[in-house]
Design a protein around this ligand. Structure first.
Ligand code: PSZ
Length: 280
């Protein structure tokens, strides 16, 4: 039987009950993370846990576990569930309280849930590349928080799916922000360009790994705002996320990116990323 973490304890999934007045359920008042697991090992676990605690801080939610304890339980769960390659999904909500918009007037315990799922590396998509659809970014102005409020993101992703595309590439006016669940990169004249991590995007852990790989391997990059036009005219385009790693975008709407195949810088970064996984 599948085990999960519920409020810090590893228990049977079927034993878990969440209240109808849980603030995550009613308001999306909570935060989450997705951690990649390769061969039973958590990839960039410290970075994910740090971001979780940062998101918590930004919404004034205090996590009643210390970071080491937190990670230890997750590693135990991966072992118990015999997860090979997949993900850990975890979320914390502000907890259960009689419905009111303002924070609960007395101390309540956050509701914490984590579970595992098998998920292979999407190798054939990474080899061939995928399509993106441009979608206006209608989200709020704190996209730096990994919040459970994902309506803007899921509506964008759904539009992309209905158009037969893998990802929605969001833009605020002319400026590209990020994917519905990924960061966006372009390559122009041998230089990688990605938007600076401000309040308008989530500072992806994969994004940070990629920038570090650039630094260590002599690939030049700039963190700079770029436009729809820059994207369409780029030499290469790719997106990054925990589950999609370095995913080439070979077509945007009806427009092929150059000759419509993954480019050399993208390929190089995929290879460096693979080495990074194997190091851990
Ligand atoms: O399984 C999936 O589809 C996943 S796992 C992580 C994501 C999707 N998305 C993370 C994400 C995001 O939701 C937004 C809005 N921007 C960027 C990212 C990339 O963040 P990392 O690299 O930390 O996963």
């Amino acid at each position: 039987m599948e085990k999960i973490v519920f409020n810090g304890e590893i228990i049977e999934r079927s034993k878990v009950k969440v209240d109808i007045e849980d603030r995550g359920y009613q308001f999306g008042d909570g935060i989450y993370e997705v951690i990649r697991v390769y061969n039973g090992q958590l990839f960039t676990k410290k970075e994910h846990i740090n971001r979780l605690y940062e998101s918590a801080e930004k919404i004034s939610l205090s996590i009643p576990y210390d970071k080491n304890e937190f990670l230890q339980t997750l590693e135990e769960l991966v072992a118990i569930n015999e997860l090979g390659t997949g993900i850990i999904y975890l979320q914390l909500t502000r907890g259960t309280f009689q419905r009111q918009h303002g924070f609960p007037s007395s101390e309540i315990t956050p509701t914490y849930v984590a579970y595992t799922r098998e998920m292979p590396i999407p190798q054939s998509l990474m080899d061939e590349g995928v399509k993106g659809l441009l979608v206006e970014d209608i989200r709020w102005l704190r996209c730096d928080i990994k919040s459970l409020n994902l309506l803007g993101n899921i509506m964008a992703k759904q539009k992309a799916a209905e158009a037969g595309c893998y990802e929605a590439i969001q833009h605020r006016g002319k400026e590209i922000t990020e994917g519905s669940s990924s960061n966006v990169f372009i390559v122009k004249d041998q230089c990688l360009i990605t938007r600076p991590a401000t309040n308008l995007i989530l500072n992806g852990i994969t994004r940070q790994v990629i920038l570090r790989l650039c630094e260590n391997n002599g690939i030049s990059y700039r963190e700079e705002v770029f436009t729809i036009n820059d994207l369409l005219e780029a030499d290469e385009v790719f997106i990054s996320s925990t589950t999609s790693e370095v995913m080439p975008i070979v077509q945007v709407n009806d427009h092929a990116i150059q000759s419509g195949i993954p480019g050399p810088v993208t390929r190089k970064l995929q290879q460096l990323f693979k080495q990074e996984i194997e190091k851990k």
